[in-house]
Design a protein around this ligand. Structure first.
Ligand SMILES: [Zn+2]
Length: 376
């Protein structure tokens, strides 16, 4: 009898050991593609990461227990204004209160394409297949054309906003994005005309251009206000984001300068604050600023600006975190959110590479200095 009990215990121990090893991460490597019903995935510590209930005392971000303290806001040093609440019908399309919710959620990229003011480019873009993935190869860039097209029939991107007739404008958008609903495009179009500061400012500036004038430019400054320039040279003092320029002048290197009629596409700097809002007008329909190089870090105690600036990685880590009692609408854009993340990650990498390139001489001289000290 004692022998049978021992044998049973030994069998149970071996079984437990086998189960444990079967649950180890190595065994389940790539197992998402070979889902095994007999494995208790939810009770495995290597898979179960717990609940997202670790709250940052500085910014209120919710994190998992293994996530680092500073990943959301660098322990209070990064403080960005939160995104404004989306207007309707976009808000109800995302939160499920709109009859076209399911249709819209499946086509978020197409709907954004209808309204983008710049065009997205990379050497290769892969976004096909069942899984909602978005992959790019080569450098990512955004291009902008002129404010007005050579002829009305050729209007695209930003130019579509100034066609002037709602129905024609919506038809243009639908023609370029098959599968979208005309009525829905029209209501989103109206929403952007009413709430997007870039659309409003471009239209205000265009009204100030006389019909005979063909030589004009519009500029979106890299900094909010023109630096080292006389305000009198800007012919649209009421426009906050876009300024009409009728006189030849010098611009800052990162400024976005849009020609009046020249139909050539121009690349815009990924470090310009408007880079995100022009490409993703549905995600940032109030024209919220994206990353730029001069956002200061903040002393969490004195709340004063410090000399160091926020990096692109800090900026987007802060932007995409989920916070208590704050609805982060970016996460609801599904496939468009995937594209946004890939795009912004490319921006982070470009900034890193630029930093290495610009600081290579410094690093080399420091290396030489260290090695010469070693030889002494
Ligand atoms: Zn935080």
């Amino acid at each position: 009898m004692l022998g049978i009990v021992r044998k049973f215990k030994l069998q149970k121990k071996t079984q437990q050991k086998n189960t444990k090893s079967a649950h180890s991460w190595k065994v389940k490597h790539n197992s998402a593609f070979l889902y095994d019903l007999n494995l208790a995935y939810n009770s495995d510590k290597s898979v179960d990461i717990g609940i997202m209930n670790k709250r940052c005392s500085f910014c209120g971000a919710l994190k998992w227990k293994e996530e680092s303290k500073g990943m959301c806001c660098k322990e209070g040093k990064v403080q960005l204004p939160s995104l404004k609440t989306l207007p309707d019908p976009l808000l109800s399309l995302l939160n499920g209160n709109h009859p076209d919710h399911t249709h819209f959620m499946g086509l978020t990229r197409k709907y954004n394409n209808c309204f983008q003011m710049t065009s997205f480019g990379a050497t290769k873009v892969f976004n096909e297949g069942y899984m909602p993935t978005f992959k790019v190869q080569g450098q990512v860039y955004h291009l902008v054309g002129s404010v007005l097209p050579a002829s009305k029939e050729e209007a695209q991107f930003l130019q579509i906003y100034f066609i002037g007739e709602d129905n024609v404008e919506a038809d243009f958008r639908c023609k370029n994005s098959p599968g979208v609903k005309n009525a829905l495009v029209k209501s989103l179009q109206l929403m952007l005309h009413e709430s997007n500061p870039y659309v409003k400012d471009f239209k205000t500036a265009l009204k100030r251009v006389s019909k005979n004038c063909s030589q004009f430019k519009m500029v979106i400054h890299a900094n909010k206000k023109p630096v080292r320039a006389h305000r009198g040279r800007y012919n649209a003092p009421q426009a906050n984001e876009v300024a009409l320029v009728l006189v030849d002048q010098q611009f800052e290197k990162r400024d976005i300068i849009i020609e009046g009629y020249n139909n050539q596409l121009k690349r815009i700097s990924e470090l310009h604050r408007s880079y995100d809002a022009l490409q993703y007008p549905l995600m940032f329909c109030h024209g919220e600023d994206g990353y730029t190089i001069d956002i200061p870090k903040i002393d969490p105690v004195s709340k004063k600006n410090v000399k160091k600036t926020v990096s692109a990685l800090d900026f987007y880590s802060f932007r995409i975190m989920l916070r208590e009692n704050v609805w982060n609408h970016l996460h609801y854009f599904r496939a468009l959110f995937s594209q946004f993340l890939v795009d912004m990650y490319a921006k982070i990498e470009t900034e890193r590479l630029n930093f290495i390139r610009l600081n290579q001489k410094k690093a080399e001289s420091r290396k030489l200095h260290t090695s010469s000290r070693c030889y002494r």
